[in-house]
Design a protein around this ligand. Structure first.
Ligand SMILES: *[C@@H]1O[C@H](CO)[C@@H](O)[C@H](O)[C@H]1NC(C)=O
Ligand SMILES: *[C@@H]1O[C@H](CO)[C@@H](O)[C@H](O)[C@H]1NC(C)=O
Length: 432
């Protein structure tokens, strides 16, 4: 006999010996009376004594943080729920069935605990139940569900973008009197599993998961299981697109005090800075919820900087008005400019004085020529050098403007420093 046929014979005898006892899943299903749908098995809680509560253990593993919406206060994630309970009627002796130790049973033919998530506001169709539940010889069942879960969550954005959010997922049952809820794995194992399987987190990072078993005064057993998921935001993007640009704007505004007052450039520069800040404010408005009672720190920061720059625009306007007033005053020579006009007259007298002084009599031609040149120079100076004289001798309003500018600049710098320091201590240092 060839070795091949020996092998075939051996295999055949192996199969034959197996067929003597119940080795197929069908035999086991038949033994458990699960081949036909049995209404009682589907609807009745599977306990032999009705006073025995059914312990339902639930594990929730988030494996994707899809969206956290501050506006609608919802947290969308992709989760995996394992639910474990015992059916006292579905037991068998593994050795009677060739050692079958797991049987996959259609979900529809069994009693399934009605456990739901209280915060769930998902659309229908986001739950994906596994069609089969696995059954082991002691009657313990494990059902697996995947869900795209949108849950309400109170998002506190005061420290945005350095915020940390805690969202509760409360598992509860309508059938409170007879169902006890508990976790399968502990917190650290769950957090580890979740971190291992996390596919997408977006701008968030899973910090930790905590489990609380909650029991109200009336019920005998813990009838609520709360999973608290703590996530924290990765703030870098917001630092780069928001906080640093605003800081730059303040610096630019401080620097703009050194732009010369002439030609109104200072004012238009400051207005441009103000406009840039209002663009950022618009973006911020789209991100922040209007449900907050306390203004988020980032809003205070934006508005504070807006106000600072706004004030400095007003001050620039005042200065430019004072300068204009000075110019106007000079042109029209009204009464309140007397002092200035007096000064100007003195200046001209002083200039004319040497002309009338004694002249050496022995050089008449040279004297005439010199006189002619001096006259020419004087007229040229009056035409060209007129404005220079004005700048050298600023008017009363211009002097006032200079004082205002200096005082305002000092106050502005002080306020900006105090404000930014406050922001730092109350906001950014909270996370460090
Ligand atoms: C299946 O049903 C038969 C007859 O109704 C009953 O005798 C048997 O105990 C049931 N088996 C199980 C495992 O419940
Ligand atoms: C979340 O659950 C914890 C534990 O029971 C509780 O202390 C906390 O107030 C809950 N948070 C919210 C927002 O309900």
């Amino acid at each position: 006999m060839s070795p091949l046929s020996t092998l075939a014979l051996l295999a055949l005898t192996g199969v034959c010996s197996c067929q003597t006892s119940d080795c197929s899943y069908l035999d086991l299903l038949t033994y458990l009376n699960l081949t036909t749908t049995n209404g009682a098995a589907v609807n009745m809680r599977p306990v032999k004594n009705w006073t025995t509560p059914t312990l339902v253990q639930v594990d929730m593993v988030p494996f994707g943080i899809l969206q956290v919406d501050e506006k609608t206060q919802t947290f969308t994630s992709h989760i995996w729920i394992n639910m474990h309970w015992t059916n006292e009627f579905l037991t068998w002796n593994a050795s009677d069935f060739c050692g079958i130790d797991t049987l996959m049973v259609p979900r529809s033919s069994l009693w399934i605990p009605d456990v739901f998530i209280v915060e769930d506001v998902s659309d229908s169709g986001t739950i994906q139940h596994s069609p089969l539940v696995s059954l082991s010889p002691e009657g313990s069942l494990l059902a697996i569900t995947r869900q795209r879960l949108t849950a309400t969550c109170l998002l506190v954005v005061t420290l945005f973008p350095f915020d940390q959010q805690r969202c509760n997922f409360t598992f509860s049952s309508m059938n409170k009197a007879s169902i006890m809820l508990g976790p399968i794995n502990n917190e650290t194992a769950l957090t580890r599993t979740s971190e291992e399987f996390m596919v997408t987190q977006g701008e968030w990072e899973l910090d930790k998961m905590e489990i609380f078993e909650y029991r109200n005064n009336i019920s005998r057993y813990p009838d609520k299981l709360i999973y608290t998921v703590t996530i924290s935001r990765r703030p870098l993007l917001y630092v780069v697109i928001f906080i640093l640009p605003l800081l730059f704007f303040v610096w630019l505004d401080v620097a703009s005090f050194f732009i010369s007052e002439a030609r109104g450039e200072k004012l238009s520069f400051k207005v441009t800075v103000l406009l840039s800040i209002s663009v950022l404010l618009l973006i911020l408005k789209d991100m922040m919820p209007s449900t907050e009672n306390h203004l988020p720190m980032i809003a205070i920061y934006c508005v504070g900087i807006f106000a600072l720059v706004g004030l400095s625009v007003l001050e620039a306007m005042l200065l430019s008005f004072l300068h204009d007033l000075d110019g106007y005053c000079k042109a029209r020579s009204p009464d309140n400019c007397e002092e200035k006009i007096q000064l100007e007259e003195d200046f001209y007298k002083a200039e004319e004085a040497p002309e009338n002084g004694p002249v050496p009599p022995d050089r008449p031609e040279g004297h005439d020529l010199l006189k002619l040149i001096l006259k020419e120079v004087k007229t040229t100076r009056q035409e060209v050098g007129g404005p220079n004289k004005d700048e050298m001798r600023p008017g009363r309003y211009r002097r006032l403007a200079d004082i205002i500018d200096r005082v305002f600049f000092s106050l502005y710098l002080l306020t900006a420093v105090v404000f930014l320091t406050y922001m730092y201590t109350a906001w950014i240092s909270q996370i460090i």
